[in-house]
Design a protein around this ligand. Structure first.
Ligand SMILES: CC(C)(COP(=O)(O)OP(=O)(O)OC[C@H]1O[C@@H](n2cnc3c(N)ncnc32)[C@H](O)[C@@H]1OP(=O)(O)O)[C@@H](O)C(=O)NCCC(=O)NCCS
Length: 259
């Protein structure tokens, strides 16, 4: 399965559903539309190109998206539901509810950055490269947490580097303290692992945290991640202290054995 982007002239109106299938349309100010999404194989690609041609639209370009491009999460059929939660890609309008809990001291103390105010946060949150790796977690339509999925290349020797492209993801999570202690993060991250291994076909996921952030590493252990490293005073906290850092990981084969 690969992700493709088709750029067409104008907008697709007639026969839209038949043509679009799993493709996500995005209209652009220059009058073009991009259709992005998964294409199973070459036969499906040819079929799609034929259907596009039949609509009479002008196809301007077709490109295969490397798995590590921001479009990677678009391969998933959103929203995704668990027993209690809904997971979906973040959008600019989520900035305010997310800021509502990220700015709180017990949360912010562990996060990589603490924007000065809501405006600064909105600008950071809405940046395309950030939104592309951000999911939000909702319960009854209310945003209670956010997740990061940063798909990346594994380390490889030069001759085999192509085989290591976009095969793993670093994960992250932040939940509103008002909704902690009820297993919501566990439920969301368990589903996130399924999405990474089954829907995205990744071979490994990783996560990092300060060793002092016990709720975070306990969450990693609850979902079955393995502690791979304990680095001594390697991470500078904004308090000015050098803290220990922990690295966790999980391989697809380990996850498969457990599920
Ligand atoms: C890391 C973080 C997401 C963990 O949140 P959490 O509330 O501890 O995790 P969960 O939602 O999975 O809840 C687990 C707790 O709920 C309890 N629980 C209740 N019902 C449960 C259920 N159905 N399933 C699982 N756990 C349940 C568990 O026993 C556990 O309680 P305990 O901590 O007393 O053992 C949260 O602390 C957080 O957002 N921190 C700030 C941001 C942060 O540090 N992010 C990570 C940076 S590396």
């Amino acid at each position: 399965m690969s992700s493709y982007e088709f750029r067409i002239d104008g907008h697709l109106d007639a026969h839209r559903d038949a043509v679009l299938g799993d493709l996500r349309p995005e209209h652009h100010g220059d009058g073009t539309t991009t259709l992005t999404g998964p294409v199973a194989d070459q036969a499906a690609l040819h079929d799609l190109l034929a259907r596009l041609r039949d609509t009479g639209t002008t196809l301007l370009s077709v490109r295969a998206l490397p798995a590590s491009t921001p479009g990677v999460l678009q391969r998933i059929d959103w929203p995704v539901r668990t027993d209690r939660l809904t997971l979906r890609p973040g959008r600019p309008a989520d900035a305010d509810p997310v800021w509502h809990y990220r700015r709180l001291e017990p949360v912010a103390r562990w996060l990589t950055e603490l924007p000065a105010d809501a405006d600064a946060f909105r600008a950071r949150f809405a940046a395309p490269e950030r939104l592309a790796k951000t999911l939000v977690v909702e319960r009854d339509g209310h945003v209670m947490g956010d997740l990061m999925v940063r798909v990346e290349d594994a380390w490889a020797q030069a001759e085999v580097a192509d085989g290591a492209r976009a095969v793993q993801a670093e994960l992250g999570w932040v939940f509103d303290p008002a909704h902690q202690g009820q297993g919501y993060a566990t439920e969301a991250v368990r589903e996130l692992l399924r999405l990474c291994f089954v829907e995205l076909g990744l071979r490994r996921v990783t996560a990092l945290c300060f060793a002092d952030n016990e709720p975070s590493w306990r969450l990693m252990e609850r979902v079955g991640m393995r502690r791979e490293s304990h680095n001594i005073r390697d991470s500078l906290h904004r308090s000015g202290r050098w803290l220990d850092g922990l690295g966790y990981a999980l391989l697809a084969e380990e996850w498969n054995r457990r599920t």
